[in-house]
Design a protein around this ligand. Structure first.
Ligand code: BG6
Length: 467
């Protein structure tokens, strides 16, 4: 019997800092400032070098995992975690993306991290690309607009597979691959001009990413047959707001668009509705017979997903509150509570989405992100009583448990987002805290970077121990 993986998750650009250390090059996310321009840049509407001159870039220092990794991994071990999902910064390995040989100092950093994890009995789960593209590739070929990216990504992935062969069993090719629909700059390093064909650029980039993912699945099978490669989706079913067929149809359409990526990566073929849509909308995509054969021959081994909330679709949105907090949009679900940032809180939605994904693909699932962004208060004696986070986790874990026990869904593990406080991807804030461990750093970059265990740390530790 395989051991259930209990872990925490992070992304390089949200925790590491040290953004130019030991030869690391600039990446798309280093150009994403905190503040009013962040969203427009993330969505690809505003070019990154047009941000205000005095902008603050939170990823540059983040929570300095680069220098605190030993302390942080010791805390993971203390919490009883047996898995840690993290990402590798592409530009630490290939600083511009164009080099023919990798940056040894970058590889050594991740080797130290992986060895430290293994020493502590913690399984490394590695995301190859978590909202991360070297700026050199954006400049050289327009990032994922270009077919050339497939070769660059293959070179990068193969370097990782060869170096960490036998140590890493679970690889994830692209974090939340569907986020490219909403935030092409964050997801794929692409800014899109107002006169360009936005849909065409996005679906073309998605195609190249999915071909690249299939290709490296092939390479992983050759290099390290014991390892597995997973696709990764920002999941959450779209519910119809009412039984009005217009709402039901819209929800169906939104679900199709969201699951499009897993359809291709899990089943190995484009869904028919998508091919018809490309034709109808006049999207001309560079998609060769050899690409389609690669997709068909190398579907993903497992499906990983993040789950924060369900979404709700309503055809007629007049006089209806829109759900503006979340990138996936939709309307506010009147049956649910919301987080301080307007994210719906729907524990039962986790059981629902696990069933949806399993029914569609019948592949092992791995839940790689779930958690609550909230403001935490530290008392003068350094205590953080984050009962709201405990309540969120408890409710979601209960539904996850039911989905596994009663519905029989094969779930490999649960990675909470996040083990440690980190920079928020959507807002760039530190005050939108997700961790079991608090980090003393504020939205302007001030703070000692000291780590403090929250009440949720002890709760989670207990919870895992009893399972
Ligand atoms: C997921 C991302 O979308 O949600 C993470 O994979 C992100 O990178 C997480 O941090 C939470 O979102 P946010 O915007 O609150 O940080």
């Amino acid at each position: 019997m395989t051991t259930f993986l209990w872990g925490g998750a992070t992304a390089a650009n949200q925790v590491e800092g040290a953004y130019l250390k030991d030869g690391r090059g600039l990446s798309n996310i280093d150009l994403l400032p905190h503040g009013k321009d962040r969203l427009a840049i993330a969505q690809g509407h505003l070019v990154y070098d047009k941000a205000e001159a005095d902008a603050f870039y939170p990823s540059h220092e983040a929570v300095d995992f680069y220098h605190h990794y030993k302390e942080d991994i010791a805390l993971m071990a203390e919490a009883g975690l047996n898995a840690y999902r993290f990402s590798i910064a592409w530009s630490r390995i290939f600083p511009t993306g164009l080099e023919t040989s990798p940056n040894e100092a970058g590889l050594q950093f991740y080797e130290r991290v992986i060895d430290e994890l293994l020493k502590n009995g913690i399984e490394p789960i590695v995301t190859i690309c978590h909202f991360d593209v070297p700026k050199g590739l954006m400049d050289a070929c327009g990032s994922w607009r270009s077919r050339e990216m497939i070769n660059h990504y293959e070179k990068y992935s193969v370097t990782l597979f060869e170096r960490f062969k036998g140590k890493v069993k679970y690889w994830i090719s692209f974090n939340e691959i569907n986020m490219i629909l909403h935030k092409p700059f964050t997801g794929a390093g692409i800014a899109i001009g107002p006169d360009e064909k936005r849909q065409e650029i996005i679906y073309q980039a998605a195609h190249y990413e999915m071909v690249a993912s299939a290709l490296v699945t092939k390479r992983l099978r050759e290099i390290d047959p014991a390892a597995q490669l997973g696709a990764m989706l920002a999941a959450g079913d779209y519910y119809p707001y009412s039984a009005n067929p217009e709402d039901v149809r819209l929800a169906q359409e939104n679900n199709q668009k969201n699951f499009f990526f897993l359809d291709v990566q899990g089943r190995g073929a484009y869904p028919l509705w998508a091919l018809r849509m490309f034709e109808r909308e006049g999207l001309s995509l560079d998609m060769t017979a050899s690409d389609l054969a690669t997709l068909a021959a190398y579907p993903c081994d497992f499906i990983s997903f993040s789950y924060y909330a369900s979404r709700t679709s309503k055809a007629d949105t007049r006089n209806i509150e829109l759900n503006t907090g979340n990138a996936a949009g939709g309307v506010v679900n009147p049956y649910l509570d919301q987080s301080e940032w307007g994210w719906m809180i729907d524990p039962l939605g986790l059981r629902i989405v696990m069933n949806t994904i399993w029914d569609r693909y019948q592949k092992p699932l791995l839940l790689v992100e779930n958690g609550l962004g909230a403001k935490d208060k530290v008392t003068t004696d350094g205590h953080i009583q984050d009962d709201y986070r405990i309540a969120y986790l408890e409710a979601h874990l209960k539904e996850m448990d039911i989905a596994m026990r009663e519905d029989g869904i094969p779930l490999l593990g649960f990675m909470m987002w996040s083990f440690i406080d980190l920079v928020s991807s959507s807002t760039g804030e530190m005050s939108k805290r997700y961790g079991l461990v608090y980090v003393d750093r504020d939205d302007t970059g001030k703070g000692s970077q000291k780590r403090l265990k929250k009440a949720s740390f002890n709760w989670f530790k207990e919870y895992i121990a009893t399972k």
